[in-house]
Ligand binder design. Sequence first.
Ligand SMILES: Nc1ncnc2c1ncn2[C@@H]1O[C@H](COP(=O)(O)OP(=O)(O)OP(=O)(O)O)[C@@H](O)[C@H]1O
Length: 337
Amino acid sequence: MKKREERRKERREKGGRRFRRRRKTPLELRKFIAERAHEERRRERQKNQERDMPHFKVGKGENEITTSKGKYELVGKLGQGSFGSVFSCIRQSDKQVFAMKCESLNAERPRLPHEANVLLALNLLKSPHFVEMIDNGQIAGRFQFVIIRLVGQNLWDVRLKVKQFTLSTSLMIGIQTLAALRDLHRVGWLHRDIKPPNFCIGRPDEETFHTIFILDFGLCRKIALKGKDIRTPRKECAFRGTTRYASLAAHDSLFRKCCYQQMHTILLYLDSLQYGNIPDYDFIYHQVIAAASVHRVDLEAAPNWDQKAKSCFSLRMDQDMEVQLTTTIVFNVRDTD
Ligand SMILES: Nc1ncnc2c1ncn2[C@@H]1O[C@H](COP(=O)(O)OP(=O)(O)OP(=O)(O)O)[C@@H](O)[C@H]1O
């Protein structure tokens, strides 16, 4: 500890005035302690999560997972979400490749069992936009997992790769993501985390390369119950989803370009919806089709991620009109929950 006199001397040399920290009020102090505890808990959670995940390394480490249905070999890491990790794995019986989504068993609010239930329900519908759930299980004391069909890259990564989507690709994405949401709503679920990383394209070596899949059902909420129309809205509820994609109003100015009229009409329409309204998917669909016809784009053209068949239209969209325009904003049907 420096002596008081030395410290004074140092301050004088620096020419600075003594900064006396204001004492926190009891309320501020409580808030400060709570925030610090929250941050510590978050770090602890993150650490636990990493510790519990499969210790995967190519060729060595923890590479095999066995369930009552089969044996799977982990072969790579596909992604990392805030709630767990996603790996690619090979089913040993037939060498088929799947995705394995893992979540720590020590997670404060586990989402994976809920996601597995939603996936099971969705699989009954046989929508081309949902991935099938193949298997699920857990490694005692560490993590639980679901094995699902392997799809391609997510729309966020695809957009980074192709840099800009042409108008035809953007509108095609809009149509497919709309259909995916319509199918989800049909079976009574709201997604509540609509964003480009939660939509994936098909795999390049499969027929579904041009198909868009919706993923990540961990935040889904059942809005329509069996035998009833729709659940009574709660008076208050916590925020769910991703703040970046939650607001429509913030994106309003994006539309003052190309497709403004149709997108503006869709926004106005979405803003007019009430809790009990079923979105008029056909109306939105026809607006997107109208945008395509105004700009004379070919919606059958190969999308931008198909390098072999480059789209003949070079109509470029402004940076702001990227995938958010059609995927996120247009179909981010307001969720009252
Ligand atoms: N079936 C799959 N096939 C291929 N890649 C996948 C698959 N499922 C997930 N991924 C990849 O892993 C990423 C994270 O997956 P997911 O969004 O399901 O995880 P999460 O932990 O719920 O993420 P979030 O932080 O958004 O909640 C996805 O963006 C995608 O790139």
